[in-house]
Design a binder for this molecule. Structure first.
Ligand code: NAD
Length: 354
């Protein structure tokens, strides 16, 4: 039987390595370095599936272009799906699957790494000692023990980050639009969390209602000098307001793995580009800011899980089996909660195999 063809976009060497190790001849995977855009659509000609990553803008033109070229299923090899036009996918009959969790530990641990690096000035110390400068001036941090961490979004990643904080002897306050009573966390309002937390770490999805959740008004309510950690989505934070808050001391330090306009910059070497993004340039130049390029997921364990789940999603799709990881426009409720009013839902999936 002829193998199903998969157009695999935005390929990095580590993607190819993990998928080749686990594919073992199941699919004819065509690896392309380019991101999935309207201009890249001809690469998907005659393919049964397309596979894309987090920063691809899957708008209506891309959705309809994929379907016109014979693609039946779009396998997002990531958890977040704010860049996909699901309404267009639903209308065009393109099934979309994703990897809801590949390693919440990887992301929570990266958030902790940003926090520790900022607080103990590891980034500055490492640069100094390389120059044989062993001075400690300006490197004073604070004990995490006894401080308060505010966790915004208490899903898989937020709960692990809360556990890490508790391991350091910190008090944890939580805010979530859908508080989960089984977590044992102390839920408070966002205003109270901001007012009392020495560290605020964001772990909720980017949705219309969470866009710029952290903005000039919320900074005004926050504890002065707090550390902001964002490993979730750049759009949760108003970057201009963050710059002002860092400059006037409202925010003491910021660890950012995501940035609201990251898609043009992150994952690539852009050091040769002369036209820089002004806000990003200012953020990276501040000594109390660490920016990493959306790398919180990047562990060996997470890459193996991404490949395993993506291939299983494709196996299930082509076998006509229930699709545990399908994202359907009609089934999505607020905050990503599943509703069950999709008229197309049958046999555990919302689009039939065509
Ligand atoms: P999850 O779905 O398990 O948890 C999300 C939590 O946010 C849920 O508890 C939900 O109730 C809550 N929430 C929803 N709407 C909210 C609102 N309006 N206000 C406050 N809380 C709200 O997701 P997760 O696996 O823990 O991932 C969290 C986020 O991390 C993802 O949305 C994604 O954007 C980000 N992420 C980043 C990376 C990275 O590499 N930096 C990797 C994976 C995920």
């Amino acid at each position: 039987m002829e193998l199903k063809k998969v157009a695999f976009f935005d390929t990095k060497p580590y993607d190819k390595e993990s998928f080749e190790r686990l594919n073992s001849g199941r699919y004819d995977i065509r690896y392309f370095e380019t991101r999935l855009t309207a201009a890249a659509l001809p690469l998907a000609d005659g393919c049964d599936a397309a596979c894309a990553f987090v920063n691809a803008e899957i708008d209506r033109a891309v959705v309809e272009g994929l379907v016109a070229r014979g693609v039946k299923v779009l396998a997002m090899r990531c958890a977040g799906y704010n860049n996909v036009d699901f309404k267009a996918a639903y209308e065009a009959g393109l099934t979309v699957v994703r990897v809801p969790a590949y390693s919440p530990y990887a992301v929570a641990e990266h958030a902790a790494a940003l926090l520790l690096s900022l607080n103990r000035h590891i980034h500055k110390a490492a640069a100094r000692t390389r120059d044989f400068n062993f001075s400690l001036a300006g490197l004073t941090g604070f004990d995490l023990h006894g401080k308060t961490a505010g966790v915004v979004g208490t899903g898989k990643i937020g709960r692990i980050f809360a556990d890490i904080c508790r391991g350091f002897g910190m008090k944890v306050l939580a805010y979530d639009a859908f508080p989960n009573p089984t977590t044992g966390l102390e839920y408070v309002t966002l205003d109270r969390l901001l007012a009392e937390s020495d560290i605020v770490s964001l772990h909720c999805p980017l949705l219309p209602e969470t866009k710029h959740l952290i903005n000039a008004d919320t900074f005004a309510k926050a504890k002065r000098g707090f550390t902001l950690i964002n490993t979730s989505r750049g759009g949760l934070v108003d970057s201009e307001a963050l710059l002002s808050a860092l400059r006037d001391g409202t925010v003491g330090a910021a660890g950012l793995d995501v940035y609201e306009e990251e898609s043009e910059w992150f994952y690539e070497d852009r050091s040769d580009v002369t036209r820089q993004n002004k806000t990003l340039s200012l953020l990276v130049s501040l000594p109390n800011v660490i920016v990493t390029s959306h790398q919180a997921f990047l562990t060996h364990e997470a890459l193996a899980n991404i490949a395993t789940t993506t291939l299983k999603n494709l196996d299930d799709y082509f076998a006509g089996a229930p699709l545990e990881n399908e994202i359907c426009y009609r089934c999505l409720g607020s905050g990503g909660a599943k509703k069950t009013d999709c008229p197309r839902r049958a046999n555990g999936r919302c689009h039939s195999v065509t």
